[in-house]
Write a protein that binds this ligand. Sequence first.
Ligand SMILES: Nc1ncnc2c1ncn2[C@@H]1O[C@H](COP(=O)(O)OP(=O)(O)OP(=O)(O)O)[C@@H](O)[C@H]1O
Ligand SMILES: [Mg+2]
Length: 413
Amino acid sequence: MKTVEKQALALRAGGVFSPAAPIRERDVFAGRTDQLRSVIDAIHQKGQHVLIYGERGVGKTSLANVLEPFLAPKGKTHVIAPHINCDGKDDFASIWRKIFKQIPLVDETPAFGFRGEAKKTVTSLGQDLDGEITPDVVLTIAHALARKNLFIPIIDEFDRLAGKEVTQLFTDTIKALSDQSPATTIVLVGVADTVEQLIAEHQSVERALVQVRMPRMSRAELVQIVRNGLHALGMTIQAEANGFIATLSQGLPHYTHLLGLHSSRLAIDNNEKTVRVKHVEGAIRKAIAGAQQTLQRAYHQATISPRSDNLYKQALLACALADADQLGYFAAGDVRTPMSRIMKKPYEIAAFSRHLADFCNAERGPVLERIGLPRRYRFRFRNPLLQPFVIMEGLAHGMIKRTDLTRRNNHGA
Ligand SMILES: Nc1ncnc2c1ncn2[C@@H]1O[C@H](COP(=O)(O)OP(=O)(O)OP(=O)(O)O)[C@@H](O)[C@H]1O
Ligand SMILES: [Mg+2]
């Protein structure tokens, strides 16, 4: 490849892999068939609303972004789907103001005289909306909009709303809308393990609120992300290298994009159009070096010690490699096998239980959170994005090898 060609391709790689931004276009969106179907079905069902919830970074916003092309307006003229983010300062009224501000109002003044052109003025529905915004006001506006349109307000980062009162107002609004304005679907999106964490009195709207949990992405979906991206660049990847990226990503598509981006650029720099394992290895070093400050700081704080023979790094790596349940929780017993593998000799729980306890203290972040009762504690990473980072650190510093990652934990050290 010529230098200009290489540069152009490397730049285009930055367009197909987007570790820092939610997906906006359908053709780079991978998998998620079941979740998409549930949301679209709910929108087409009269009187149903949707709550999309899951861990941080699993792809909730991306799913909400690609809904529109799938929606059949069914006798309605337009799909109106404003997508807004909540912040800690928002209340019920300010959220709806943001939503209504995104809805354009076009005013046409008829043409004057012979050659005059009609004058169009575009304002927004939110422009002149003074006074209090109560569930009743929302209901009236939604009703008017939904007469001719499919009205789908998407309210993202719903978890950032503080307080029961605001979410109670949303529960009331959903109840009233589902009775009175069936062509409106509110889509709530937020970080949570359970619905209760997001919405007060959710039982009272259970029938009207379809709950769509976003799990971590499957290996097949992660592999598809890389394949789609490289295909758009006219490149390919060895199955082993793509599997390696999927393993490292731990179901979190941010890392799939990040490693896809760095490894394809390394291949391009090397004049190759096929991404190989060695490119992924190079990408790991780049990913660590360029990782968010918050991750680097969290890792440092969790593992720092004045004693050079301390095992905090090894113990945290073993936690990152432990078999976890759907919500990311693991028990001390699950850490034993990876810890023994890292230390290259059998390690019993007693040898690292102090580390686990320390990881739950503010002094070390806390990097882990703990639930349950003594002797039955379950742990997980407070920030799920730290887990792949810890594994990449372990690989980059030779604490584990790539081949260790593919061995199942349950089958011996
Ligand atoms: N289905 C998908 N196909 C390809 N890439 C995806 C998909 N879903 C998410 N991603 C990518 O994963 C990363 C995280 O996605 P997104 O921002 O949508 O997650 P989120 O759950 O909304 O995160 P947060 O909890 O931080 O709001 C982004 O880089 C995005 O491009
Ligand atoms: Mg999001």
